[in-house]
Structure formats: structure tokens, C-alpha cells
Design a protein around this ligand. Sequence first.
Ligand SMILES: Cc1cc2nc3c(=O)[nH]c(=O)nc-3n(C[C@H](O)[C@H](O)[C@H](O)COP(=O)(O)OP(=O)(O)OC[C@H]3O[C@@H](n4cnc5c(N)ncnc54)[C@H](O)[C@@H]3O)c2cc1C
Ligand code: SF4
Ligand code: SF4
Length: 419
Amino acid sequence: MNNTTMTSIKVATPEQSHKQRENGLCSSCGLCSIQAWPAEQSIQSCFFKNGWLGEREKKLFGRERSLDDPVEMRFGMTLDRFTAQLKSPVPGSQWSGIITRMALRAFEEKLVDGVVSLQHTPGHHFFSQPVLAKNLDEIYATRGNKPVLSPVLYSLESAYRQGLKKVLVIGAACHLHTLRDFQERFEYLREMEILTIGIPCVDNVARSKWPWILERMSQSPDTACFMEFMQDFRIHIRHKNGRIEKVPFFSLPEELSNPNIFPSACMSCFDYLNSLADITVGYIGAELLPEQKRQWILVRTETGRKLLKLIEAELERFPETGKWECHSFVQNTTKRIIESMKPEEKEYSSTSRIPLWLGHILAGLLGIIGPKGIGFAHYSVDFHLIRHYYYVKFRHPELLEKLVPRHVRVILEEYSLPL
Ligand SMILES: Cc1cc2nc3c(=O)[nH]c(=O)nc-3n(C[C@H](O)[C@H](O)[C@H](O)COP(=O)(O)OP(=O)(O)OC[C@H]3O[C@@H](n4cnc5c(N)ncnc54)[C@H](O)[C@@H]3O)c2cc1C
Ligand code: SF4
Ligand code: SF4
């Protein structure tokens, strides 16, 4: 890895950069650590200053999402949606590796000269470092999840200084909101053609908290190398020897439900499905089937179509499955969600947890009667929107107007929840 492409940097953590932020919210997206232009300009594009979606959505799509369309309100604007997996999965990727293949193909076809993304911190399966990947090996090394706040945008500095004209950025919603605003607001990146692939993202954590959290989820944190919250109401943790440890959500210790363990930024996040990406690639709306690695694709723009076309022949493609309806399922949880967002000092027990065997029975039952496919995605989006609305309402009431996109209030009304 050469020094011009592998960035070794000191990126400010939300805690360190707290003083710069007018509201204390920061997801360490990396833009403010760039030195090629003043940090004060980067901050002006911060999504915590400008709010989620709204004008940015209008600028990209020519309109905001329809408040009369329940699906568009949840999933954002799309040209196409389906589930798929690569016929030959990419080893070491998070699912089948659709994102990595798209990035490799975009580079091979000379659609882009570099990829702004992350690689694993050497020797650490879960931590990230930003990279401007400029050859196939470096792009291949970006695969896999890093479930911690990550300064993806930092590598735009190298792309800018090196005069790259066509760049692919792979990021979470906070990265793509800030990037799109910055590219429009300031001249620095205006000549750069930027293509974007988005990941859905929720419940991310600060890296300082990660070891504490992993110790409470897994019986063998030292050997864990993959983790995901799954549609079967369990966390799947893969270990170095290939064993998959499955922990029902219900059997996690109570202390992991404390909202204070998550960054304020992620608890104030209102774009789970990355609606400003050219294409979003996740798994949450795909059915979980044995021996399969089905992913969920939301093509949002013509650029997204172009990216998808690059790997179309490599995909096994399936229609979405599942029933849309999940109202009663969400409704049953709203009272508990709202209560848990109140900022009162509450004691969270480190020992209180439902035994694993009982947790598996509950998860199994919900797997049978609960929402599946797009119904599960609907449930997960609504759950998090409700949770985050009350988090902001109780803990940052002065930001409620600015941060919360208008469709969130319409969804709350569907559940007869107080605004
Ligand atoms: C904290 C977190 C929560 C997520 N929650 C969900 C969810 O609830 N539902 C869902 O459908 N999907 C979620 N995802 C996305 C999902 O885990 C996969 O990344 C996605 O489905 C792509 O799979 P793939 O096999 O194509 O990825 P790969 O081909 O392995 O590529 C993954 C790409 O994402 C990049 N990446 C990894 N971590 C981060 C990060 N922290 N920030 C920015 N970029 C990153 C990698 O560098 C790589 O370029 C989440 C991801 C993260 C990081
Ligand atoms: S989220 Fe990004 S743009 Fe916003 S303050 Fe943090 S580093 Fe700066
Ligand atoms: S949850 Fe939201 S704010 Fe946090 S890293 Fe993901 S997209 Fe960014």
C-alpha cells in the first residue's frame, strides 16, 4: 500500500470536534478533517446544520418524496427495487459483495479513477481507516463491514489534490448528505464527477465503545470477525473458525438498550436507507434464507442504473417478497420506545437478560408470525424513525424542526403518536 493512496490520518472523533459544532452532533464523517479547504466551510455542509433530506432530496430528484405514498415515505425515491445475490460471492465481503463488485467493475470500465471508501484497520476486523483506492487490489480490500463511525470523506482530500476527475464514493447516509451539499455549495469538487453507492446504516457506534458492546453481545469477543443484526431477530456473530454465534435480541443484557451507548449523531439520524445515494445496497428488505446471501437493491438514479448494469450478468435476481403490513407489530412497541428515550437517569442492569433458550423461542416465534421481506424493512424503518424522533424531541428539542424530515411526522400520525 503506498502512502499517497493509503491515508494515515488523525481524524477528529465526535468528542474531540464537539467544540466546533454548534449543536454537538457529529458522526465523524471525515470532511472537517480535510485541510485542503477551511474546516468552517466543511461544517457548513454538515447534515446536522442543514437537516436530513428536504432540499437535498429536491435538488437530486426534482421533488421531495410524496407524503401520499407510504412506500416512498419509508424507502425514498427509486427507479427499481429487487433482491439479488452474486452468483459468485466475494469472499470476505459483508453479504455477497455486490458493492465491492460494482466498485471493481466501475474502475475496470474506467467509469472512475478512484474509490473513496474504507479499509479495515490492520489487525482489526471491525475498525476502519479511510482510503482512496486507485487499483483493483486496493478496491478489493475495501470489502466488509466496519460497524463504527468512519471518516469516509477524508479521502476526498487526496482525490482533490491529485486532480481526479471521476470518483466513486461508498458511504452511509451522513456521508452522502454532506458530500452532495459540499459539492454544490463550494467550488472545490465541482469539476469532479462523483458516483455514489450507499449502505443502509443504523445503530452505528463510536469505536471507543465498540469493545464494551461486543463483550456484552458475544461469549467470545476476541474471536469475532463479523457481526450483523438479522431479520430473524438475532445477532449473527461469525468467529475466526467459521462458527456462527446467534444471539436473540431478547437475550442481550438490559444495559445494551441504554440510548447513551450510541452516538447522539446516530440517534438523530433520519435516513436509514440512504436516500441520496445513486444506488443503495443492503439486506434488510431481502428474505433470510438458508445458504443464501440475498441482498436488497434500491436503484435511485440513472447513475445507479449505470452502476448496476456493470454487474447485471453476475447477479441472480429475485422480486421482493413479504407483506407490506406491519402496523400492529410496530404499534406494540411504541410505548416502550418513547419511554426509553426520556433522558431521566435510569439504571440499566448488566445482569438482567432473558436466557438464551427462551430468547431463541421468542425469536423463532416472531420469525413465524412477524413481518418478512419488505414488511421487515417497513417495520425496521418505522421503529427507528419513531425512536429517533423522540430522542431528538426529548434531548435536542431545539433541533426538532431543523433535523426531522416532514414524512416522519406523517408516519407518527399513522400510529396516533403525539408530535
Ligand atoms: C453500522 C452499520 C449498520 C448497518 N445496518 C444495516 C441495516 O440495518 N440494514 C441493511 O440492509 N444494511 C445495513 N448495513 C449495510 C450492510 O451491512 C452491508 O454493508 C451492505 O448490505 C452491503 O453488503 P455487500 O456484501 O454488498 O458489501 P461489501 O461488498 O462487503 O461492501 C461494503 C462496503 O461498505 C463500506 N463500509 C463498511 N462499513 C462502513 C461504514 N461504517 N461507513 C461507510 N461505509 C462502510 C465498505 O468499506 C465497503 O465498501 C449496515 C452497515 C453498517 C456499517
Ligand atoms: S459530521 Fe462531518 S461535517 Fe459534520 S461536524 Fe462531523 S466531521 Fe464535520
Ligand atoms: S446511523 Fe446515520 S449518522 Fe450514524 S453513521 Fe449511520 S448514517 Fe451516519
